[in-house]
Design a protein around this ligand. Structure first.
Ligand code: SF4
Ligand code: SF4
Length: 264
């Protein structure tokens, strides 16, 4: 033990992209390494020290019975637990299984499906243990990650704006692709954080930062219909990285069930 705050980074079902965002911090990472003791971070070091940890960063979703047990131990060992990315906050792309028959998938893909130990659903970390902060994105933004880490080190709440991608378009002077071009865009219902990368390149947002706070998805679904999008395409745009987030899931189901859209 060094007397410095202890950081641990844990991976569950994921692509490692959010952990790589931490390594991608480069110059700031050296300053962080001076400030923190990196007790466990398999992506970066073979050092693996037991808890307790002051701050645990958790990437990935819960997809196996072993995951469900391990996250309980991580929570018990950690003073603050921050989850990173669409996998950890909404079940990730692997939550597409939640809409199908998992047994059918394994029997199709694997010669010995009886060897596969998996849960029927991919779920967010907060579905299993209390979480102190959810950082959105697929992958997360490095500036936001540094803000979250320094906030917890300083004993304050992270300053992560809880607004939509539309706000970021306005802030950087990007012309609205939906109004100007009729391009389908999930920006109005998507959490800010990326700096409106896609609209800046004249592309619609496809929602990789997940739902904004109180997203008006029924209004966006109506707009997408008016723009000529087929119902199955509208459902599909809500079923990507954050398919199992409650707001995007409800939006996709409302397209499948027109009566439900009228009610919402
Ligand atoms: S949120 Fe995206 S980038 Fe991060 S681990 Fe999951 S799939 Fe990878
Ligand atoms: S899809 Fe949306 S949230 Fe993701 S990078 Fe593009 S504009 Fe940002």
């Amino acid at each position: 033990m060094t007397g410095k705050p202890r950081l641990a980074v844990f991976k569950f079902a994921s692509c490692d992209g959010c952990q790589l965002t931490l390594l991608d911090c480069e110059d700031e990472l050296l300053a962080l390494a001076d400030t923190l003791e990196i007790a466990h971070f398999t992506e970066a070091t073979r050092t693996s020290l037991p808890g307790p940890y002051d701050l645990a960063l958790v990437e990935g979703s819960i997809t196996t019975p072993e995951d469900a047990e391990r996250i309980e131990r991580v929570r018990a060992d950690s003073r603050f637990l921050v989850v990173l990315g669409a996998c950890a906050t909404a079940g990730g792309i692997q939550a597409l299984r939640n809409f199908g028959d998992v047994r059918g998938f394994t029997e199709t893909v694997y010669a010995r499906p009886d060897y596969i130990s998996t849960l029927e659903h991919s779920t967010a970390i907060a579905d299993h243990v209390p979480v102190d902060f959810e950082l959105r994105g697929c992958p997360i933004d490095r500036g936001q990650l540094l803000e979250v880490i320094t906030a917890y080190l300083a004993g304050r709440k992270p300053r992560i704006p809880d607004r939509s991608v539309c706000y970021e378009c306005k802030a950087r002077g990007v012309v609205c692709v939906s109004v100007a071009d009729g391009t389908p865009c999930l920006g109005p219902v998507t959490h800010a954080g990326c700096g409106a990368i896609c609209p800046a390149f004249r592309r619609g947002c496809f929602g990789c930062f997940g739902p904004a706070r109180e997203p008006n998805t029924p209004a966006l679904v109506r707009l997408l219909r008016e723009q000529g999008e087929a119902p199955e395409h509208i459902a599909r745009v809500f079923r990507t990285f954050n398919a199992a987030s409650p707001a995007f899931r409800a939006a996709a189901e409302s397209v499948d069930d027109p009566d439900r859209e009228v009610r919402s």
